[in-house]
Design a protein around this ligand. Structure first.
Ligand SMILES: *[C@@H]1O[C@H](CO)[C@@H](O)[C@H](O)[C@H]1NC(C)=O
Ligand SMILES: *[C@@H]1O[C@H](CO)[C@@H](O)[C@H](O)[C@H]1NC(C)=O
Ligand SMILES: *[C@@H]1O[C@H](CO)[C@@H](O)[C@H](O)[C@H]1NC(C)=O
Length: 238
């Protein structure tokens, strides 16, 4: 099942995400469902609780609960610059919301500006997920797209390298564009995948920038395992 979608980063959405409330995107798997008295339901409830406690201190958590065929696997993570308290708020919001949005789907994923939350009845941990994916872009165009695209690629490729060389699999940074103008970017992977898979994942999505973000002042490519983003204003806490 290919889950693929396009999103528009409007100013309104941007404001909303700054204040943290609404999800950027979500996907419910339609291949398998469960009912309220299914053992999967109670395993999933336990899993959500475990991830809520486990994730904020490190900004990352994985786990599984139960036995096959009712076993539930989950992953939660927060953006690298997000503090534990804000991470907890986001994970709490995400687990509540995903449960509302996909109440009977065995697999689901939800993305916020500050965090990601995912679960499934198959073991997805440690594998690159580029099936769950979306794009966002700033609607404003730059005046010199060729040079700008090149700079964007340059910054994000550097950050991808840095991210896969750190234990947190996260890097943020900036690049001087011209006098008093800067480009800001971030690159991050979920910590269940290896450093080399992180690098592979990030290089893959950098290659997709032309599909969403050609000549755009800002853009993001987000998957279940890695994401990149850039803007011409500082959009993360350094
Ligand atoms: C699961 O539920 C969704 C609606 O939430 C439905 O579209 C889908 O066909 C169901 N899948 C199965 C295998 O029953
Ligand atoms: C859950 O696993 C199934 C089977 O591997 C897959 O088709 C589906 O996309 C997964 N769901 C999510 C949200 O990753
Ligand atoms: C940006 O450029 C595209 C394609 O040239 C155009 O369709 C769009 O209206 C432009 N957007 C703005 C905000 O000017």
């Amino acid at each position: 099942m290919s889950s693929f979608s396009i999103y528009l980063l409007t100013f309104a959405l941007l404001l909303q995400t700054i204040y943290g409330a609404s999800p950027l995107y979500h996907i419910c798997s339609s291949s398998e469902n469960f009912t309220t008295n299914d053992p999967y339901a109670s395993n999933l409830r336990k899993l959500l609780g475990n991830l809520y406690y486990q994730t904020p201190p490190q900004g990352f958590g994985v786990g599984s609960v139960g036995q096959d065929p009712y076993k539930a696997y989950g992953l939660a993570f927060c953006r690298g610059d997000v503090e534990a308290a804000d991470c907890r708020t986001c994970i709490n919001e995400a687990s509540t919301e995903i449960h509302k949005l996909c109440p009977y789907n065995k697999g689901a994923i939800i993305w916020y500006d500050h965090c990601l939350f995912k679960y499934n009845n198959t073991d997805f941990l440690g594998k690159i997920d580029n099936q769950n994916k979306f794009y966002m872009w700033n609607v404003r165009n730059v005046s010199e797209p060729t040079i700008f695209n090149q700079k964007t690629r340059e910054l994000l490729s550097l950050l991808a390298k840095d991210a896969s060389a750190t234990p947190k699999l996260y890097a943020a940074g900036e690049l001087e564009l011209e006098k008093s103008k800067k480009l800001y970017g971030l690159a991050q992977c979920t910590r269940d995948i290896s450093a080399s898979d992180c690098s592979k994942c990030l290089d893959g999505i950098i290659g997709e920038l032309p599909r969403c973000c050609d000549g755009k002042e800002g853009g993001r490519v987000v998957t279940g395992s890695c994401n990149i983003g850039y803007e011409i204003y500082p959009f993360i806490n350094a």
